[in-house]
Design a binder for this molecule. Structure first.
Ligand SMILES: *Cc1c(COP(=O)(O)O)cnc(C)c1O
Length: 373
């Protein structure tokens, strides 16, 4: 029985990804031990925040860092930082930023829902979102034309949630930001490369601690010294409503240390997914293929294409059946409407791909039975 079952909840197999709604990451025992040790003792929180910032800087190559309760709070805090700076009176006024430089320029295809609304997180930090261009088409002139004396920052999101075509590149946005002397903020919440955006010249980059880093529910901001100092200052303002606990900070620091030593496990992921594809090869109407992540990350998933004419059920129904079972299996369903479900190997615990293979076979044999009656 797992801890959640003890409290009357269902056991979940997460084949979906680093999903906040499913608890993001199941942490390594070393991180779990760090969390519990931190919870059982006292520390000067201010000193801990500074030490965490140094650790973040070390791993990201940025000048400094600031821990947060998640990437979403990171977006709000970083926005507040570029608008209010370290001025306490202004810090305490956020999200009311009337009369200040508060406009945040965002390409329309980047105005997305990542599980919550990105523009709302910017607004929470006092940013007035200025969307430029169209949902599938933005030109450099759209961005240049929106810049005025009220512009506080440019905002770029690197994510599979964003429109991938027709947007201006990060390099272009950085070049504009440098030329106009405006900070550029990057939401790279789920990205695996903790160095490249800083190296390219972003002023602030925001990551989730519970996604690629495989840490506890947490987040981090890294970037330019003056802006990071301003991020820390926001904990006297809106940051207080998004407080990151001492356990989470220590868990995040431990995850950062582990990340530096981590080997590439993509071969292991591929092996597990190829095994699953082989196992399902004999199931009529399900075609498996190994596919790389759509945003180009080193993630290899099993893509299962469901031919409804043969299986008698759609990919959407299959996903629902998997979720309805015990344990409940959550697959990656962004393309279920076109007959595709994906199995993400990263969050699977030992041998769970075997349970998934069995369950899919079971559901399919049941459907066939119905058809024949
Ligand atoms: C997940 C995600 C977030 C939110 O991250 P949390 O750590 O859950 O707060 C923000 N932006 C993007 C692009 C994400 O994928």
């Amino acid at each position: 029985m797992n801890i959640y079952q003890k409290f009357g909840l269902r056991k979940i197999i997460n084949a979906s990804g680093k999903m906040t709604v499913l608890g993001a990451s199941a942490v390594h025992s070393e991180i779990a031990q760090a969390l519990s040790a931190a919870a059982m003792d006292y520390v000067d929180i201010h000193e801990l925040m500074i030490a965490a910032g140094k650790k973040i800087a070390q791993v990201t190559g940025a000048e400094n860092g600031c821990p947060t309760a998640g990437a979403a709070p990171g977006i709000a805090i970083a926005t507040a930082a570029v608008i209010a700076g370290e001025n306490l009176a202004l810090v305490e006024r956020v999200p009311n930023t009337d009369g200040l430089k508060n406009e945040i320029i965002l390409q329309k295809g980047h105005s997305v829902h990542f599980g919550a609304s990105l523009p709302q997180m910017i607004a929470l930090g006092g940013g007035k979102v200025v969307e430029v261009g169209q949902a599938n088409h933005v030109e450099k002139d759209h961005i240049l034309g929106a810049i005025n004396e009220k512009t506080a920052a440019l905002f770029y999101i690197k994510s599979h949630h964003a429109v991938q075509k027709g947007m201006q590149s990060l390099e272009t946005m950085i070049a504009i930001a440098k030329e106009r002397n405006i900070p550029i903020l990057v939401d790279a919440a789920a990205e695996e490369d903790f160095k490249c955006y800083i190296a390219k010249g972003a002023d602030i980059v925001i990551y989730s601690g519970g996604k690629a880093l495989e840490g506890p529910t947490s987040g981090l901001i890294c970037g330019r010294e003056d802006l990071i100092k301003a991020c820390h200052k926001q904990y006297k303002g809106i940051g207080r409503a998004m407080k990151v606990g001492k356990e989470s900070i220590v868990g995040l620091m431990t995850a950062l240390e582990r990340y530096e030593l981590k080997d590439d496990d993509s071969q292991g992921q591929m092996d597990r997914m190829n095994w699953l594809i082989q196992e399902l090869a004999a199931v009529p109407g399900i075609k498996g293929a190994l596919v790389q992540d759509e945003a180009g990350r080193a993630i290899y998933r099993a893509q299962l294409t469901v031919d409804e004419k043969i299986t008698g059920i759609s990919a959407i129904t299959l996903a629902k059946e998997l979720e309805a079972g015990d344990p409940a299996i959550y697959t990656r369903n962004y393309y279920a409407n076109i007959g595709i479900i994906n199995i993400d190997p990263r969050p699977l615990l030992l041998d769970q791909e075997k349970i998934i293979a069995n369950r899919i076979r079971e559901i399919m044999s049941k459907c066939k039975g119905k058809e024949e009656k």
